[in-house]
Write a protein that binds this ligand. Sequence first.
Ligand code: ADP
Length: 309
Amino acid sequence: MEEIKIFAPASVANVSCGFDVLGFCLGPVGDEMVIRKSSTQGVTISKIEGQDLPYDVKKNVAGVAAETLLTSYPIDYGFEIEIYKKIKAGSGIGSSAASAAGAVFGINELLGKPFSPHQLIAFAMEGESVASGAAHADNVSPVLLGGITLVRSINPLDVISLPTPKELTAVILHPKIELKTMHAREILKKNVPMEKAIQQWGNLGAFVSALYKEDYELLSRSLKDEIVEPMRSLLIPEFESLKNASLNAGALGFGISGSGPSVYALTKGMDKAKKVSEGIKKIISPIGIDFEIHLSNINNQGLKIISSQ
Ligand code: ADP
């Protein structure tokens, strides 16, 4: 195989009770990438369409992730990467993760799959550190493993795939305002009161159990964030009204996707997702901000090969 074209999906991280640990992979929203072998050693980014992002391999998450993989697998040829961006960088639905995970997935395929998906997470994480200043795995894990994942630890890396209840559906609202990850991080308090921590780990444990039991009611009761949402939601216009509208329309839960500005709701089934989307539109339309809404199944496959030659 000389060349591969792949679909690199968007993802939702932070997932309410799972700040920095839970993530899930989205279906229809994502970038495309072409990766091909080249006779020159190392990695080059030869084309980026759809957005203004760095061609410098040291500044592009795809380049850093790819170079990290190659330091563990020395070869006498290299790779050229083309990125066709559909997921807006900084939207909070894992734009950088799609590129980092896509680069290592594509190269691994062209090398004959020497690395497992779990090993690829470690390389992709290094790419992510260029985007946010710290290596984190909560977006790249669901993209590389598919479905819903829990990052128990990043050092040593320990990522667990969780089961996806069949009818679980996501609604994503991307209000097109700029919210820098750095700013969203700065407003977080460093300490968590014991009482809030107890609520949060109770909810996280219950959420995981709900996934195994396909218990949508328990899932709904546990999809709460007592720690981060109260602070970060202040940065998102009409957050409380959007949340109320979603819950009133039948959402199981509603929260911030990544570090925002995107927000997500989970529902049981596509019909409910459509109702939630209507509820969201009624709140967001009058305030005059450009926005996009995506309805998506939970993508259990993750990255996908479109073609190869
Ligand atoms: P998101 O959650 O949408 O990925 P981040 O803030 O984590 O948002 O990442 C976006 C940052 O990463 C931007 O500063 C962007 O310039 C940088 N970046 C570098 N390479 C890429 C890439 N290939 N795709 C997306 N963002 C990239």
